[in-house]
Design a binder for this molecule. Structure first.
Ligand code: ZN
Length: 186
């Protein structure tokens, strides 16, 4: 992921990725080699675990908040419950934002239909950010972590964040979660 010409960012990348702590207690059962997919709400971000042995049709609307759509993603794509994330189309258009995501990116009303690169930039290169997001929106792939910064005037306050990009759906889309890294704030 880190190429020679990006060596100036090695420290940033190392610090940011070191902050990606995947809570295995939450994401996978002990000894579970391949984490099962998880269902989560596109709005409140809480997992929707169905009790086993209930063959009823799966609900699409979140029972917890009544607003979000239930989506599925790999367990290691979500940093935890109530994560800050955006859902994006392969054309890099925002189709949903979680409640926690609004605290970082602004209100849902102003975000739907916005372009990813109008909202954030990556020191690894905007082309990488765009490419990984577009790929994740089109086919299943392993989560990718990239450092990102807001393009708004809040960039200095929020600092560099770790963006985790993965596939979710249906319908298939990119799930981009962000976690603060405490790096690059001023
Ligand atoms: Zn919900």
């Amino acid at each position: 992921m880190v190429h020679g010409r990006f060596c100036g960012f090695r420290v940033v990348i190392a610090r940011v990725t070191a902050l990606i702590r995947i809570d295995r207690a939450w994401t996978a059962a002990p000894g579970d080699e391949r984490p099962r997919p998880i269902r989560f709400c596109s709005r409140c971000g809480h997992p929707s675990e169905e009790p086993p042995g209930r063959p009823q049709p799966r609900r699409r609307v979140c029972e917890r908040c009544g607003m979000g759509m239930i989506l599925t993603c790999p367990r290691d794509a979500l940093p935890g419950a109530a994560a800050a994330f955006l859902i994006l189309t392969f054309e890099l258009e925002v189709s949903a934002v979680s409640e926690a995501g609004e605290k970082i990116f602004g209100s849902e009303h102003g975000l739907i239909g916005a372009q990813l690169l109008d909202l954030m930039t990556s020191p690894m290169g905007d082309d990488q950010l765009a490419r990984h997001t577009s790929i994740a929106a089109q086919r299943p792939c392993d989560p990718v972590v990239l450092p990102v910064r807001l393009t708004s005037e809040r960039a200095g306050e929020v600092g560099t964040m770790a963006a985790r990009i993965a596939t979710c759906g249906p319908p298939r889309a990119a799930l981009l979660t962000v976690e603060p890294s405490n790096f690059g704030r001023r």
